[in-house]
Every structure is written in C-alpha cells, then in structure tokens.
Design a protein around this ligand. Structure first.
Ligand SMILES: Cc1ncc(C[n+]2csc(CCOP(=O)(O)OP(=O)(O)O)c2C)c(N)n1
Length: 356
C-alpha cells in the first residue's frame, strides 16, 4: 500500500511522523539522516531570521511591502528539498523559504520586495518562476509546463505553491482537472495556513479538507501536518517519485498556521484573537524540530547560537548588497510593457514624472 492509499483523503487522517513534543510516532522514522535533518533545521532557522529581517526593513521604510512566511517553514523546506535540478517551482507570494531552497539568492528576494524588477529574475539554471500576486493563477502554468515535459519525455516535475484561499479560484480547479486527465508530473502544494487575509479556512470551503478535492479530479491527495518537516518531506518525496515515473499529479494539503500578518499592509488583530494563536505556538515547526534534535544530542544553546550567528551574518550581507543596487528608473514601469510605448503610456509616464 502506498502512502496515498494509507492516507486517502476520504479516510480523514492527517499524516504526521514527528509529534509536537519532538518524539516520533510508533513504527515511524524520519525520511532522512540526522545530519540531513540538522542541515534542514539550519535552513529553517535562516528562513525565519531572513523573514524577520524583511519585516523589520519594511517597518523602517527600507522595503515596500512583504508577505511573511513565519510558521510555514516546514512546508516549504520539507517539500522543496526533495526536488532535483531541472524541476520547476511556481510560487505564490509567500515563498521566501521555497525560493531560498531552490537557490535564489536572498539579495534577489529582498530586491523584489524593495520594488526592483530585477528581483523577479532567478539566476540562470534555477527554475524558480517569479512571484504570482494574482491569487491561484500559477497552478495552471505548473500544469502546462509539466504537460510539455511529459510530451517531450523530460523526467522533470513541477510544483505550485498556493494557499487555502487559492482553492476557491476557478484556475485551481481547471489546473487540477487538466492534471488529472493528462496525468501530468505536477505537485499541487496547498499551504493551508488557516486564512486568506481575513477569511478563515472554515468559510473558504464547505469541504471537510482541502486534500479531499483531489478525489473529484482523479488525482492522489493527502493531508499532512505542515508543521512536521518529516511528514512534509516524506509525502512530497513520494509524490515527486511517483510523478517522475509517470504516475501523475498529487495534491498535498499542508496544515499550518500563518503567525504573522497577511502582508505588512495587514493588521490581523482586526480578525483573530490572541487566544486563537496560542495553541498553534506549541506546534511551531522550528520548536518541534529543535526538540527532536535535542533528543538526539544534536542541539543545545551553543549550537543554536552558532547557527543563528552564521545566518545573521549572511542576512546582513544580503541586505547590504540589495541596498547597494541603485533604485530603478520610474520610466522602467512604462518602457517594457510593449516593444514601443503607446501614446497613452507616454502620457501616463509624463504625468507621473511631473508628480515626482
Ligand atoms: C485574483 C486575485 N484576487 C484577489 C487578490 C487579493 N488577495 C491577495 S492575497 C489574497 C488571499 C490569498 O489567500 P491564500 O490563497 O490562502 O494565501 P495566503 O495569503 O494565505 O498565503 C487575496 C484575496 C489577488 N491578489 N488576486
């Protein structure tokens, strides 16, 4: 029996390997070695600190806006780490973690949120698509790319990341349908962080789980504890291996929680109470992994200090480099829409320049 049979969405079970107290479920083991777990933990620490830095930069007026990943680190690290060179990732807008895992430099990510279009360009050879601000449009692109790869005989997979809110978009359903019919090598990774801005998950859909939606489209689906690095890793690995060997698409629902605001323009105290957040704090993916590593003798305060210091130095360097890039010209907004600027764009550009 495969994992997807064991945890068929209609069985109503969530896949978890690492319990919130940092111990393993009976008869279960981590999908990777201790050394690899420690490496992934370091990545998660880096992501959390880089995320906090972005929030701080925005508050200081050094960044335009930002969508924090705080709380969703295990979803992104666990899933992206099973990908190989040649695979493609289609992010939404909260994927700092997945972007770093794919090898996009932090400087580039910061540049994007500082309003520099150069930040949308991943270095050559890194198959990370730009941020998708339109909610839920990009799973279709991931399916199209996977379908093209299948036709060409390329053994690659594509992954789209999106939130619970995106599953209410028609595009999501079109993408799932197409992926099911053509059995394309793609993973739909829904980070169910319980909110779409102020809309809670329970009024987003009447489905019991998001994973269940897979059944209607004839693709595998699984609900995993998105704050359990091991479960996310194991489920994504199985989905990726299956896709690579011609087994088609999978919908993974990572159950997680957005600790921060939707973006820096949002005030979550307007729609959720502190008491609501409290139980999730105990499920923090970093805390849980730390407890596990401590139990294995691989973590203590000194280790944490070293990991944090190393990350902090790299982050400070990325900020320095991003801030050293000169501000883009306001004309750039208009220059590259068409090969030649239309009279309307010309007029708008002159107007904007006149207001500066
Ligand atoms: C097509 C479209 N509709 C509405 C918006 C405004 N909007 C931005 S983010 C968001 C909520 C997205 O929620 P979810 O998909 O759960 O992702 P999360 O923000 O929780 O990561 C909305 C409605 C948009 N950007 N694009």
């Amino acid at each position: 029996m495969s994992l997807f049979d064991d945890y068929h969405p209609l069985k109503g079970k969530m896949f978890q390997i690492l319990k919130p107290d940092g111990t393993l479920h009976l008869d279960m083991k981590p999908p990777v070695s201790d050394q690899e777990i420690f490496n992934l933990y370091q990545k998660m620490v880096f992501i959390r600190l880089a995320d906090q830095k972005a929030l701080m930069l925005q508050r200081q007026g050094r960044m335009g806006t930002y969508a924090p990943v705080w709380g969703q680190e295990a979803c992104q690290v666990g899933s992206a780490s099973v990908l190989r060179k040649g695979d493609w990732v289609f992010p939404a807008f909260r994927e700092l973690g997945a972007s770093l895992m794919m090898g996009v430099p932090l400087k580039t990510i910061y540049l994007y949120w500082m309003g520099n279009e150069e930040g949308s360009r991943a270095p050559d050879g890194i198959n990370m698509m730009p941020v998708s601000i339109p909610v839920g449009t990009h799973p279709l692109h991931a399916v199209g790319t996977a379908w093209a790869a299948k036709i060409k005989g390329d053994k690659i997979v594509t992954v789209s990341y999106f939130g619970d809110g995106a599953t209410s978009k028609g595009d999501f359903h079109e993408a799932m349908n197409l992926a099911g019919v053509f059995k394309v090598p793609t993973i739909f990774f829904c980070q169910n962080n319980q909110f779409a801005i102020s809309v809670p998950r329970k009024i987003q859909t009447a489905s019991e789980t998001i994973a269940q939606k897979a059944v209607a489209y004839g693709v595998d689906g699984i609900q995993v504890d998105g704050n359990d690095l091991f479960a996310v890793y194991a489920a994504t690995k199985e989905a990726v291996d299956k896709a690579r060997s011609g087994g088609g698409a999978t919908l993974i629902e990572g159950v997680t929680y957005r600790f921060g605001p939707h973006t820096t323009a949002d005030d979550p105290t307007k729609y959720r109470r502190e008491e609501e957040i409290e139980p999730w704090k105990a499920l923090d993916p970093l805390v849980r992994l730390r407890l596990y590593l401590k139990g294995r003798g691989l973590w203590n305060d000194e280790v944490e200090k070293q990991v944090t210091e190393k990350a902090q130095n790299e982050i400070d360097q990325a900020v320095k480099e991003a801030e050293a890039v000169s501000t883009p010209d306001v004309e750039d907004i208009f220059k590259y829409v068409y090969a030649e600027m239309t009279p309307q764009l010309q007029e708008q550009m002159e107007y904007l320049k006149g207001t500066l």
